[in-house]
Ligand binder design. Sequence first.
Ligand code: CDP
Length: 246
Amino acid sequence: MSGHTDMVLVDENGMRIDGRTAEQHRPFKVEAGVLNNADGSAYVEIGKNKVLAAVYGPRECHPRHLQDPTKAIVQCKYNMQSFSVSDRKRPGPDRRSIEISKIISEALEKVVLTELYPRASIDVYIEILQANAGTRCAGLTAASVALADAGIPMRDIVPAIAAGKADGHVLLDLNKEEDNYGQADVPIAIIPSTDEIVLLQMDGNMTREEFDYGIKMAVAGCHELHELQKDALKRRYSKKAQEGSE
Ligand code: CDP
């Protein structure tokens, strides 16, 4: 988010460097149930981001001092693989991955019926296999499908996407160049049935009007992504039903 570059991010026709218009998101792909040994799993692509999520639980919470006698806790671990970025990333947790794990856990706690499982932990692992800006959104999108795939009761499935600003234009779903050299990045996640926002961060600056417009675009993008999340789960369960009847 440096805000100044010689690179043209939006041309005179309003076209972005990857050929999108301001309001277009990158191609989405959502698959549910991609791992055999986790209780639930999902694979998501948002453009060049490739993300796997795996869920275990509800299971007894360890360490025990984290247990809540009134509800389950959602413990998310977001991890960016060394090979996911162009410069090899030093393996292991850093400030950024701890922050992203925290905000994703908090977003998921808003939809999981945690009160059904006192003292339990629901463990969510997010692995970034390939990164191109927007990995926290792709990670949260995958995690909520993996939770549903694990059969964990939820109020809704959460989709997430970023809006932002580059070259003075408000844009949906920033790619890496737009994120690095643009003026603002605003990832959001919603509960689609109510349009409540469960994640909202902002890096950089926008006017109030630009912000409102960006949020409107991102909410629309979330609804599109939500349709694909539901389709992925339907495909998963129709396949299971077929296997069961054979
Ligand atoms: O991925 P997201 O946009 O949610 O988070 P960010 O902190 O805004 O990072 C933006 C992008 O920078 C990532 O998606 C990666 O493509 C890149 N990045 C990187 O190349 N190396 C890192 N250690 C961290 C981020």
